[in-house]
Ligand binder design. Sequence first.
Ligand code: ADP
Ligand code: ZN
Length: 216
Amino acid sequence: MNVVILLGAPGSGKGTLASELAKVPGIRHLSSGDLLRGAVKEGSPAGLKAKAYMEAGNLVPDELIAEMIEEVIAADEGTNVLLLDGFPRTVRQADILADLLARKGVHLRGALLLEVADAVLVARIAGRRVCPDCGATFNVATLPPKVEGVCDVCGGALTIRKDDDPATVRHRLDVYAEQTFPLIDYYRARGLLHTVDATGHDLEPKIEAALRKIHD
Ligand code: ADP
Ligand code: ZN
């Protein structure tokens, strides 16, 4: 297995890009946010711990998410490229990941940074709608569902995530700038950083650019 890390601010389109890329056989998308939201919904011990942090737009403790990611990697079979979306999110998590991959003999192929202008991020998140039943994501402006308010995948009623209200979004962008932004230099310094211009709405060129960088 090879690991590719996706980096980018909330609203940069990491999740959307990753779910498109995961249509390619052998590529798997692992979203830390989805993993955590699943745990919260289930009411597992990890979920109970994570809930308050998430609703406030703060990061959950590093060890909590790192253990969940490790379990998924340990149980994985048949994945060629694992796309990590939302993990690591702090330098400490990046160090934990490096250890974990070294122990498992898994190769870190690189980190793909989706670059988007700040003003675009807030607008994108404001339009975001999610399906509480299957986790599919839509955007009223850029990726509308076929029928307004209804999930294309499973027919569920689309909702707005609790942490997508404007004040929490601004806080999440601050958290990103403080805690996650340093990862860009972290991976650049290790010769692992690749950037994709993710400002435009058109997904196809981004998918192609990302695939080229993953396969290089
Ligand atoms: P975003 O749209 O901001 O990228 P995610 O779905 O990735 O949101 O994450 C939602 C929330 O889950 C975050 O605000 C945070 O509370 C928690 N979370 C996700 N990934 C991590 C992580 N690697 N470390 C700590 N907290 C995380
Ligand atoms: Zn759905």
